[in-house]
Design a protein around this ligand. Structure first.
Ligand SMILES: Nc1nc2c([nH]c(=O)n2[C@H]2C[C@H](O)[C@@H](COP(=O)(O)OP(=O)(O)OP(=O)(O)O)O2)c(=O)[nH]1
Length: 136
């Protein structure tokens, strides 16, 4: 039988600070892939654009405000996990209001692009780390 997996659309964002460092957040205990370091973001809900998802998730997860004009799409991940196929556009954001904090208790780390691979990244993110290193 053909293995048909559901496509899960997740929007993710590389927040880049003035020194060119990228924000990674640690997935907390109790979630799938707990302990992995990821780009902030989340599932695109019904009726949302990926940009709207990110504006909402950045507010909920990091307590910062940004807008569509500050979100530039630069890459995407397409990766099969056991239960679903992840399709994840990655945006870069260099402009936001507020100071990012782990509003849901998650740990944060600002990381130089050439050090992203030092972190335990979800398998889908590994090619993205290499692309960011080359692009930023
Ligand atoms: N936000 C984000 N999610 C990622 C990344 N890489 C990656 O494989 N994912 C996966 C992890 C999750 O399966 C899904 C994002 O879902 P989510 O963060 O909104 O959902 P969640 O943890 O509340 O849900 P769940 O997986 O525990 O059901 O995408 C990434 O860099 N950022």
């Amino acid at each position: 039988m053909v293995d048909v997996k559901k496509i899960l659309l997740v929007a993710a964002c590389a927040l880049v600070d003035r020194d060119g460092r990228i924000l990674l957040t640690e997935r907390p205990e109790g979630k799938s892939m707990a302990g992995y370091w990821e780009f902030p973001g989340g599932k695109v809900e019904e009726g949302e654009t990926p940009e709207e998802t990110l504006i909402r998730e950045l507010r909920e997860e990091l307590d910062i405000e940004t807008e569509t004009a500050c979100l530039a799409p630069i890459a995407f991940a397409s990766h099969s996990y056991e239960d679903f196929h992840l399709l994840m556009p990655l945006f870069v954001c260099r402009k936001w209001k507020g100071i990012p904090r782990g509003a849901e208790g998650q740990s944060l780390s600002w990381v130089r692009a050439d050090r992203l691979s030092d972190y335990k990244l979800p398998p889908a993110d590994i090619p993205l780390a290499a692309q960011l290193r080359d692009m930023l």
